[in-house]
Design a protein around this ligand. Sequence first.
Ligand code: ZN
Length: 427
Amino acid sequence: MKPVLLKNGRIIDPATKHDETGDLLIVDGRIADKSEIRNQQSEIETIDCTGLVIAPGLIDLHVHFREPGQSAKETIATGARCAAAGGFTSVVCMPNTAPPVDNSSAVTWIVEKARAEACVNVFPTGAITKGLAGEELAPIGSLHKAGIVALTDDGHCVQSHEVMRRACEYARMFDLVVMDHCQDYNLVGKGVMHEGSVSARLGLAGWPAVGEEIIVARNALLAELTRTPIHCQHLSAAGSVAILREARKRGVPLTGEVCPHHIALTDEAIRSFDTNFKMNPPLRSKEHVEALIEGIADGTITILASDHAPHSGFEKEVEFDLAPFGILGLETELGLFLDILIHKRKAVSLSRLIELYTINPARLLGLARGTLAIGAVADVTLIDPDLEWIVNKDQSFSRSRNNPFHGRELKGRAIRTIVAGRTVWAL
Ligand SMILES: [Zn+2]
């Protein structure tokens, strides 16, 4: 592999608190000291990065790749191509496949499939409970041995606090984080959209904010009791941010993530009855959106993710009540967050936004990724923060098309994705 010199870009590496214009050298798939350039015998490939940001390869710790079992929606190979096209060099895939990842052979299958077919790093998670049923713990030790990076029943939520407590205690023995899809089944019932004035007017069953908040509160208490890190996935509600803020202030190992759709859209979008606006947790009202943005700005929320959830057209082309929850996200999430958080709202700095996508998820899950330090694996994302573009769902690498942002104008996107020194996608 030829050495690569990324020339004259703004190098932002929050892990090493680095933010300055310069060159980055990659030799043998790793970040090298620039002085090594003199020792290079082979020809060096130079990429002009004038006007671009050179960031550590972005990490999305919440994606659904649908393999095994539902490869018509997405495969590990096509999901990985979406990741690359969105600027992501690493993804963490959820275990709610068919069958679910609740045993070590399922983990091994994914690891091997990803090694053979994926153009980015794919890190698997394992189920907290057998069959994601919330009753009996999965074999956490053997899942860990097989290579999972976290536990989660995502798509489902462990309702028994006692089972969740035991899961945390086992997870701690293996230094695993427990990630949770926060949803109280009794409070949410058959809710399909945010419970509020819009759901009342449309006559659709409401999914109340408290249905999420009550589980975030449970997780704060269990993280404190067991001293096990719990990560609350795709937070959508103002009360969740408040509980997380209070718990973190007291040093409780609780973290939370926000997905772009929860700040880019509100429940007003559902007036169209377009099922591409149906996700779990649901789009909420303006007050909740403001609270999420405030939580990102003040450091309460430390991670951004997509919850990339492909569904086939025939499944979404049904009545709103009957459609599955979820939307595509990998190819649009960086553009949406740059557009909203940096350009429109000026809520965070570019360096902070990159931190939420790199070193923070890497540290949470113990991944040896997320930095441009010398010697690190050369996973790099080149970003043009000012490039204006229009989302076109028909240009997606996904097998699915459930994208509510089709036609939306955005400012900022990734333009090249480099995994271990090799370009896997470029605009
Ligand atoms: Zn979920």
